[in-house]
Structure formats: C-alpha cells, structure tokens
Design a protein around this ligand. Sequence first.
Ligand SMILES: *Cc1c(COP(=O)(O)O)cnc(C)c1O
Length: 482
Amino acid sequence: MRGDPERPSFRRLPSVERLLQGLDASGAAGRHPRRLVVACVREAVERARRRLAEGRASADAITVDALLADARALLAERSAPSLDRAINATGIVLHTNLGRAPLCADARRAVAAASGYTMLEVDRATGERGSRQAHVTALLRELTGAEAAFVVNNNAAGVLVALAALARGRDVIVSRGELVEIGGSFRLPDVMAASGCRLVEVGTTNKTYVSDYEAALTPETALLVKVHRSNFSMRGFVRDVGPRELATLGQRAGVPVLFDMGSGAFVDLASRIQCTAGAAGLSGEPTVQAAVASGVDVITASGDKLLGGPQAGVLLGGTAAIGKIRAHPLARAVRIDKLDLAALEATLRVYRDPDRAWAEIPVLEMLARSADDLERAAASLLERLRPVTAGAAELSVCRTTTEAGGGALPGVELSSWAIAISPQRGTLDAWERGLRGHRPPVFGRIADGRLLLDLRTLGPEDESPLTDALAAIAGSHPAAPA
Ligand SMILES: *Cc1c(COP(=O)(O)O)cnc(C)c1O
C-alpha cells in the first residue's frame, strides 16, 4: 500500500542511533566531542524532516549516505574556527569588517611571544611591579615628540576617558562641522554625554571660525575639542579651525585643547601615496608629529588605522593632562590587553626607521603600491587563475578605483588593478557567494556585472588559497560537455 501522498513517510528516516554508528564506522566522529556529533546528526535528520514536510525532497532522496554526508558537513562547519582568516580582494586597505589593519611580521611574532607569561608588569631591573604602559610610552614619546603618552584599548575609549578626566560635569566646545558619527556606534555627542560633559556646539555645518569658539568660552568651559572628519569630506565653502589656531586660543584662554585625530598617521602619507582624486585630502592629512607640534594638549588616535598596528587608542600630550587621564578610574576599565600591547610595541619599533615602516607595515605598503606595479601583479595573477577557471568564467584585468576606507582618508581615491571575473557557468551572485563560503573566504566586489578581485589588498600568500577557491567554484560549475 502506498502512503498518503500529502503525508510524507517520516518513518523511513534512519534513526539517530543508526547514523551515529555510520559516522563511528567511517571514523568521521572520532576526533569530535560526542555531544557535538550527536547534535550534528540530530540536525541533519531534522533538516531532512523539514525538507520532506515542505515537499522540497522526496523520501527516496533522503538516503543514509546523504544524511551522513550532511552530518559530516555540519560537523566540519561547527568545528572550524569562526574568526577565520579572510582574503581581502576588495581593494579597501582599512576594511573595518575584515579587521582593519593587518599586523606587520614583527607584530605577529610579538603577539605569539606575549601569549604565554610575559614581562607585562614587571620591572626587569628590580623585579618589582612595573607598568604595562612602560613598553610603549618611551617609544611613543621618541617617535612623536610628545611629553607624555598613554594607551588604551581603542580610540573611542581614549576619547571617552580623556573627556571624563578633563571635563566631567563641565562644558566642552566642539564645531558643528565636526560632530561625527564613526562606524555607526561612535557618535561624538553620545560619547560626550557618556563621559558626563556638556556639549556646546559652535559654528555652522560648513564654517566655524576661531571667533565662534572664543564667543562660547565661559568659566564653565573645561575643554576645546577638535575632531578629524575621518569618514566624510566637505567641499565648497568650508572653513574650519586647525589644531594650531585652536591651541593658540586655548593657551590664551587657559583652556586645554583635545584633538581626536582618528586615523593618526605616523608618516607623511603624501610623500609616497599616489592618489587620483582627493590629493589635497592626502597632503592635508596631518601626521601625529605635526599635531603634537601644533601645541594641542591631548591627541587621541587609533592603533589600527593608518598606524597599521593592533586595535588600540593612543593618547599623547602634556604630562599634566595625560597624568589626569591615567589616574581616572575609567582608565582601568579601558586598559589595553597584553597581546595588543605586544603588537603595538613591535609596530612602533618599526617606525624608528620610516623606510622600514613603508616597506613592512602592511597598511603603508599597500597604500603606497603604484598603479604600474598593481597592473603587473594583475597580469601575473591572471596567468595563474585562467587555467583553473577555463570554461567556467572569462577572466581579464581591469583598472579600478578604490578608497582607503575604514574611516580614514575620506575622499582620497587610489587607482588600482583587478582581475575581472565574468561567469560563463553559474550566476555572478553564485560566484560571489562561493568565494565567500570558501575556506579561507575571499571577498571581492561586484561592479558593472563582473566580480572584481582587487590587487591592492592581495599579498603573495593569498595567491594559492585564491587559486584553490576559484578552482573549487569553477569545478562546481563545470563547463557543458562539448
Ligand atoms: C575611528 C575614529 C574613532 C574611533 O576609533 P576606534 O579606534 O575605532 O575606537 C574616533 N574618532 C575618530 C575621529 C575616528 O576616526
């Protein structure tokens, strides 16, 4: 007797027990915790049940082998690291979602060395308790000319603790043109509120003059704040007050000045980066050294933007202001961890020789790549990728334009080269998804009906996994038999 066609026969699904035996017999379950194996088998059966119930599969298609394959795939997926490495073929050097700055080789080694017991807070000479800050403060002072330095776990925390320490319960004056939102969750007015300061806005969206700050000064004013626009730029009739002018006003009025630089470049970017648009933006990008020299009292910057190091917040300034920040209770809550500190120290050491920094700090090296070099690299990668995608996709090289990204260098465009993939089998979306689903995942971008893999952010170590990923996708979209 045949069953009611409306009611698929769930009874025919193999039992969890039977599937577990199957996995054990094949050795697939061996290395994995039992609970995980059982959960994956249950889920494979549950998915099959749903496919049957929704009429997406026939009972015949759901064999023991098919269920075992699903369970093995689930097991592999659940056992693989989630925070996996990724291949950045977007061309965006500071890609927030892909972890912003990749660390230089020295920083990677330093992280590995610091991951066990370390000299984190021990004074080597006396054996007494030392400060974790000591590993970087002297270097930061040496590299920037600042009198004092302090590091925390990111720049948002740096701004928060600086505001709380210097202006809690009092007024802070900021230009309306600099009340930024960065990365969706760092909104300057909210950070002000969280640190207990009163925000006093001056000027207009596009123009703020020294006289605007001056007119807003009262005995309640605790701080003048300047913020780098970081992720947008303004054109046309724009006027803002630079750090030097603001520092002069602050000194005259006896009010400290804080400059949130955001990206915080430690080298002059305009000297080595060729950009197609926004060249003024690049030469207008202040270095940390110039900001220190401008006379502002406190500078805050990110560790993982243009510095090219780990996530960190770098605070630089006068001994008195930095001392207050260091002593604030929030400083403990936002302290930097040993791995980031190790990476930061190693990164800063590289900057002692600026030529080495341009060659070894990945962010700087990638930003400085010339279009000619990228064109050559694209041509050579094309030769390697063409054979593995033959019949499944048409590959070519093309010129592209990308932004530096990551809330740094707004409006600055860099000319680059990419491999352009035009699928002959499968859709563009399927190729994009396939690359993203590969291990390690590959991120490109779709433009003008093609999938682009930008050479600016690719390194030699990416070529093999990239080739494997494309071979796998081409293999899953085989060419039609001739
Ligand atoms: C990026 C940025 C921040 C936040 O820095 P994080 O290191 O991401 O916390 C704050 N202010 C400005 C101006 C920025 O550009």
